[in-house]
Design a protein around this ligand. Structure first.
Ligand SMILES: Cc1cc2nc3c(=O)[nH]c(=O)nc-3n(C[C@H](O)[C@H](O)[C@H](O)COP(=O)(O)OP(=O)(O)OC[C@H]3O[C@@H](n4cnc5c(N)ncnc54)[C@H](O)[C@@H]3O)c2cc1C
Length: 323
């Protein structure tokens, strides 16, 4: 069977894109590995109508909504190989089966690469956090730390100081420049130069961090900017171009969410438009609509001539930090 679209990744971006295409009645298939990025968090925050819901429950609801469309096939198996074969794409699954589709939507997300400091990994999403919009409210006014890990960790510290008093742990990274230190002083952020050798407390709880000189520093939450990498190399196999983002490689897409390979679309955290569940879902909607219309009109390199393009409004001059 030749599907009109095969969606790889069935979470916020993939399911949001899938439902748009599904509503055309065309045959589509969603493949999913069942590992959404926020699975480490007990609750998800800030999503329209779902604030405080568990990540798995949100995704289960979206899957149930999609299951109402008889033209949709859902397979809970990851894809392992992707290639173009003449006028369509062939995707091999971990089960060994091969599926064929006219168009692809890649929505398989990213993997967070955390600092190797002992105690970070087992607290990720609970007391070791990355996004203040997702989890800052729950720790507001508490003793907060930011572990320096990436160049934009300094911006993370400035941002998080809106939620509580912040200590910035250099942890082997260079001291911020004088301008940044002046901003830190304005925001009441203290700098701790000693290396953090471990997190303490009964995980996933946090009592504080142990420093290399033996001192114990009490904390309720530690924010860390992770590096990221794509959750799969399927885009690479297909020859899709990437771009470097502040945290790692992202898949390059045009305004229609098409990658550099015609017929291959991408959405969510895998691309520059992701970063949180709402953005990933919105991105998925846009990619789904674009993919569907390309089945009718052909490649939509000048999309604005075909459909109104709300997300193509002029980009803001300063882009908010990707959380
Ligand atoms: C700890 C933590 C907490 C967070 N909390 C919040 C929050 O409170 N609010 C918020 O808005 N955002 C939050 N986020 C961000 C949010 O998780 C992501 O922005 C969102 O999950 C991105 O959606 P996505 O669909 O692009 O990717 P994901 O949700 O990561 O989904 C990708 C899906 O693709 C699947 N997949 C991967 N490889 C393959 C393959 N080869 N074949 C088939 N399927 C594959 C995966 O198994 C997964 O199911 C949090 C992130 C983290 C790390």
């Amino acid at each position: 069977m030749l599907y009109d679209a095969l969606i790889i990744g069935g979470s916020y971006a993939g399911l949001s894109g899938a439902v748009q295409i599904a509503r055309s009645g065309r045959p589509i298939c969603v493949l999913d590995g069942g590992q959404p990025r926020n699975r480490f968090a007990t609750h998800s925050h800030g999503f329209f109508g779902q604030d405080g819901q568990t990540p798995r429950a949100m995704i289960a609801q979206a899957r149930a909504d999609l299951a109402a469309y008889p033209n949709v096939t859902f397979i809970a198996t990851p894809a392992t190989q992707a290639r173009r074969e003449g006028d369509h794409f062939s995707i091999t699954l971990a089960s060994g089966d091969t599926l064929h589709a006219q168009k692809l939507l890649l929505a398989y997300g990213v993997i967070d690469l955390l600092p190797e400091t002992p105690g970070v990994a087992e607290r990720w999403g609970q007391t070791v956090l990355h996004c203040p919009y997702c989890h800052g409210y729950e720790v507001r006014g508490k003793r907060l730390g930011v572990l320096s890990a990436l160049p934009h960790s300094t911006h993370q510290a400035l941002l998080i100081s809106d939620w509580g008093r912040v200590t910035f742990f250099l942890n082997g990274q260079p001291l911020p420049d004088a301008t940044m230190l002046a901003k830190f002083a304005e925001r009441g952020i203290e700098v701790e130069p000693e290396t953090v050798v471990g997190l303490e407390g009964e995980a996933p709880g946090l009592d504080g961090v142990r420093l290399a000189d033996g001192r114990f520093f009490p904390l309720d939450a530690l924010f860390v900017a992770s590096r990221i990498r794509p959750a799969s190399d399927l885009a690479e196999q297909l020859g899709c171009a990437s771009e470097e983002g502040p945290q790692g490689q992202l898949l390059h897409t045009d305004a229609t969410k098409q990658t550099s390979v015609p017929g291959v679309y991408a959405a969510g955290d895998l691309t520059a438009r992701g970063g949180n569940a709402s953005l990933a879902a919105a991105d998925g909607v846009w990619a789904g609509v674009s993919l569907h219309q390309s089945l009718i009109f052909g490649p939509l390199s000048k999309l604005e001539q075909v459909i109104p393009a709300p997300v193509q409004a002029a980009a803001p001059s300063s882009v908010p930090l990707r959380t």
